[in-house]
Design a protein around this ligand. Sequence first.
Ligand code: FAD
Ligand code: NAG
Ligand code: NAG
Ligand code: NAG
Length: 490
Amino acid sequence: MSALKRTLATSLALASLVYGAPNLEERTLDPICVQIASAISSASDVYYALDPLYAKGVSHWASSSSQLPNCVVEPGTAADVGIILGIVGSTRTPFAVKGGGHASNPGFSSTTGVHISMYRFSEINYDATSQTVEVGAGLIWDDVYAALEPFNVNVVGGRVTGVGVAGFTLGGGYSWKTNQYGLTIDTVTAYELVKPNGNVVTVTESSDPDLFKGLKGGFNNFGIVTKFTLQTFPQTQVWGGLITITAPHIPDVAAATAAFQANVNDPKAGIITTYNFLLGEPGISQLLFYDGPTPPAGIFDDFLAIPYFTKDIETRSFSSLVQASPSNATAGSRAIFNTVSILEYTPALLDVILNETIFWGTNLSLKTGTFISYDVEPFLPSIYTHNAQSTAYPPVRSQGLTPFNIYYAWTSSIFDSDFHDAAKASAAAVYNAALSEGQSGIVGAAIYPNYAIFDTPLSDMYGSNLPALQALKAAVDPTNVMGLAGGFKF
Ligand SMILES: Cc1cc2nc3c(=O)[nH]c(=O)nc-3n(C[C@H](O)[C@H](O)[C@H](O)COP(=O)(O)OP(=O)(O)OC[C@H]3O[C@@H](n4cnc5c(N)ncnc54)[C@H](O)[C@@H]3O)c2cc1C
Ligand SMILES: *[C@@H]1O[C@H](CO)[C@@H](O)[C@H](O)[C@H]1NC(C)=O
Ligand SMILES: *[C@@H]1O[C@H](CO)[C@@H](O)[C@H](O)[C@H]1NC(C)=O
Ligand SMILES: *[C@@H]1O[C@H](CO)[C@@H](O)[C@H](O)[C@H]1NC(C)=O
């Protein structure tokens, strides 16, 4: 039973104790929720504890990212989002905005106040003439890929199953197609935004260049996005999938990963090498990707020659490749991410990462750790050159960075701070190792906001853009309505 289900069961039991029966009519409903319910149109709804749609609304990929709010609101129109913002703003009620619910930081898309779940914003409108698609902010990438497949086009979106379009796109977006087209934010041509004052606007480069730039990395600081317009690109069948490899062959994987980073500059090729610690042993989950039905000879030979535990590599649809990811194996556990931006995965740095895997895997297993992992995500140094416009993140585009992600999963909340502390200590160890082997370009290099742990200083992510973002925030949201929602705050 997940922690969230346990808490829900407890609140159900408490409700029957206090009220005699878990009966909605006999409970005192939160007055702000009641006010919202009477103000919104019939396109929207409010759900209270005990309703299955309440449970769905508050759920997250990481159970540690969920809280129990007074109610869940599912707005169905942008105008209703404006009404809800008006009520929570004027009553100073804490609230949350949830897209795909994959936030790895506690409180970023959860609240004990009013929880807004965006599910009903689910339209996908492809326009072949402009080669763009309008995508609702309540969708996950899997839905977008499936809808675009019949048109043989695709967007620059998530690499593994289940991730939300909204948070991913508002924070950056490192995709299988990033080597070719840049980050997801580089491919957004318009946002439908509900501003903190309730006004619904379309934000483009020409309508409001400052806000357009701010939304490209600025998460929920400037309001609630209801729709994204994304560029589309041709999509054929792709090649790749998942290989799992056991401890004795890790040196071969490290050698293949370092050689891939050093030698392969085909922008259609990508890998994620995940070092993990599971059931007392280190091991590897190796994702391979080629944006075409058959990779050119040689590119992946080193990986394919390694003896494997399981192997699921084939020519397949893009959707099928994304579904083949192992990303939801730990869904429902407590979780934290942290990250380091580095320039290159060298053999020496990969040795350090293996040592971190074993050190923290062993240490944290004693604290209900179930999955200790390190994602090595090599990208080409040219990834930030696909967009001439400036964006909130990354603040500097002259140097390519390749995000290294730490991901820990565990079960007991009493150990939360041990895992948070370990994720910071381990990031520092990898940073120091990269620095001491001569990667001086990582000093002051921007940290990726979608992987950064909750107390990462804003200047580490937004660099010299921060003062302008703070001024923009003050202008767009003078009464700090969005400060009532969780997340990184300008
Ligand atoms: C398994 C897994 C795989 C991942 N893979 C990748 C990857 O390949 N590449 C990559 O770049 N990142 C990846 N990430 C990180 C991912 O980009 C972030 O977790 C992202 O924020 C998730 O978006 P979401 O909508 O699912 O999350 P949510 O938890 O719903 O939201 C995240 C943040 O965005 C805000 N937000 C959500 N919707 C809106 C809205 N409509 N308007 C304003 N603010 C909003 C929330 O308030 C919250 O602060 C991965 C994460 C996980 C857990
Ligand atoms: C994991 O993802 C697969 C593919 O999308 C899905 O069939 C399965 O139900 C998911 N499992 C969990 C626990 O969410
Ligand atoms: C392994 O990692 C731990 C934690 O960062 C560190 O204390 C230790 O010195 C490392 N060992 C080696 C051999 O690098
Ligand atoms: C785990 O690591 C922490 C931090 O380095 C340390 O204080 C603790 O003693 C370690 N525990 C074990 C059992 O190794």
